[in-house]
Design a protein around this ligand. Structure first.
Ligand SMILES: *Cc1c(COP(=O)(O)O)cnc(C)c1O
Length: 464
């Protein structure tokens, strides 16, 4: 590296460190929501692209000045929306190094280190989540792409069994695949089905109960009436209630008819890492593919999803990339792109590796359990207030709260979000407006929960 470049890099990394530290230190006090208006942000980021180079130090300062007023403090302890995890310190530092190393884990030759880390983390994850040790693992952007990858493996597998080459010949003229989903599936399942050519409107929808759990009897009778290839999509952790589909019975029904079972466990699958909550994931190990996230409950930076498949050959057949210049090294078999829909991508595994090691098995369990205890604290305090109703059984980290009627609930959500003391979501659960509180950040303390509770109660009073 030329000396000038080296000096600049030194200054830039020091500057980035100062800016990053300043940000982290303000997390306890800054408003949770961004404060700048969209037009202020447009002005700060906009203007014409300069003709001439700008000093990189000025660029980085300008970026921080432009962005910070519009940054939402999702990695602070008082953000309770959308199941957004925070960032563990070790994962943050690993993520910095990941950018520095600029590795491409798509192919072994491009990063033997990333390939080895992916193999190691794959083993740890299968162990921690109690999934089959022989399963294949791919590191995707998020659970959306993990479900896409898992369902691509499913499509390959069930159509190959019916004598059809989906990868080669597409779906035109193929045996009809029946896809079965629960009424309360996550929206990303529909989008994955769209990308895979199954269509979003064609699945057979099985009714869910008041908590959002798929009705296993209804599934069994639906499967009775189907012939031909079948893929069933179940869920471990509903994004509103945290409820788990009855996986042992769903797995039994899908196995009985030779169907493929995909489990969307974006955050819920992590319950398996906790002795207290493991029972919720019972039966998950019987599925054929799984999708989960690192960037939610494990608290690694975005982006970090994980696809796991009990049939490595189908996983690879559905996703692997082939080109004459992609020469495989038989001694070093892991090409990361075999297991994800992407070719080049970020070596997101290093942050996962650092997060898992810095927590250890007990730390992951503690993260899950503390989050769930905080959710209970919210639920207990709010249920005790006249006029406030907790709509779900708080089995995990999700709490749905209704304040009087739709209008008042919406007003409370808006007022809390605007106030900056905390941030919680606004949802509709079975036709009724609700506040959605998700606890999934290692940084959240009881004091943070109490500050959020005070903000909710004050907004409730104001909206009376
Ligand atoms: C968040 C979530 C997803 C989507 O995950 P991304 O990481 O945003 O792609 C899918 N399913 C469930 C249940 C989720 O909570």
């Amino acid at each position: 590296m030329p000396l000038d470049d080296r000096a600049t890099t030194d200054e830039l990394l020091a500057l980035a460190r100062d800016l990053a530290l300043r940000y982290v230190e303000t997390l306890d006090d800054r408003p949770v929501a961004g404060v700048a208006s969209p037009s202020d942000l447009a002005a700060a980021f906009g203007g014409t692209l300069p003709d001439d180079p700008e000093d990189p130090r000025e660029v980085v300062k300008r970026l921080a000045d432009a962005a910070e007023p519009g940054v939402v403090a999702t990695s602070g302890g008082r953000f309770f929306g959308f199941v957004e995890g925070g960032v563990l310190p070790a994962a943050l530092a690993a993520d910095w190094l990941t950018s520095t190393w600029d590795q491409n884990p798509g192919f072994h030759v491009l990063s033997p280190a990333a390939a080895a880390a992916e193999e190691a983390v794959a083993g740890w994850l299968l162990d921690l989540l109690s999934l089959p040790a022989t399963a294949s693992v791919g590191f995707t952007t998020g659970a959306q792409m993990a479900s896409l990858a898992g369902l691509a493996a499913a499509r390959h597998h069930v159509l190959a069994a019916a004598g059809w080459d989906a990868e080669g010949d597409g779906l035109t003229g193929a045996p009809r695949v029946t896809v079965v989903v629960g009424e309360e599936r996550h929206a990303t399942i529909g989008r994955a089905l769209r990308f895979l050519g199954f269509g979003e409107k064609t699945p057979l929808v099985v009714a869910s109960d008041g908590q959002g759990r798929m009705d296993a009897d209804a599934l069994a009778s639906a499967l009775d009436g189907i012939s031909g290839p079948v893929i069933v999509c179940a869920q471990a952790g509903n994004v509103n209630t945290g409820a788990f589909d009855p996986l042992p019975r769903i797995a039994a029904a899908t196995r009985a008819c030779g169907a493929w079972l995909h489990v969307d466990g974006a955050f819920g699958l992590w319950a398996a890492a906790s002795p207290r909550f493991r029972h919720l994931t019972e039966g998950a190990d019987l599925a054929d593919s799984w999708a989960t996230d690192g960037h939610k409950w494990l608290n690694v930076p975005y982006d970090s999803g994980i696809v796991i498949c009990a049939h490595p050959e189908s996983h690879r057949a559905a996703l692997a990339l082939h080109a004459p210049y992609l020469v495989r090294d038989p001694d070093n078999p892991r090409d990361g792109s075999d297991w994800t829909p992407e070719s080049s991508r970020r070596a997101r595994v290093f942050a996962l590796w650092a997060a898992l090691r810095s927590l250890g098995r007990s730390g992951v369990a503690d993260l899950v359990e503390r989050s769930c205890d905080h959710a209970q604290r919210f639920a207990t305090a709010l249920a005790a207030v006249p006029g406030i109703e907790v709509l779900n059984d708080v089995v995990l980290n999700q709490v749905l709260v209704r304040v009087g009627d739709d209008e008042r609930t919406r007003a409370v959500a808006a007022s809390v979000q605007r106030g900056g003391e905390a941030w919680l979501g606004d949802t509709v659960w079975h036709g009724r407006r609700a506040l959605r509180i998700s606890v999934s950040d290692h940084a959240t303390t009881e004091a943070d929960v109490d500050r959020a509770l005070a903000a909710i109660l004050a907004a409730t009073e104001a909206a009376r």
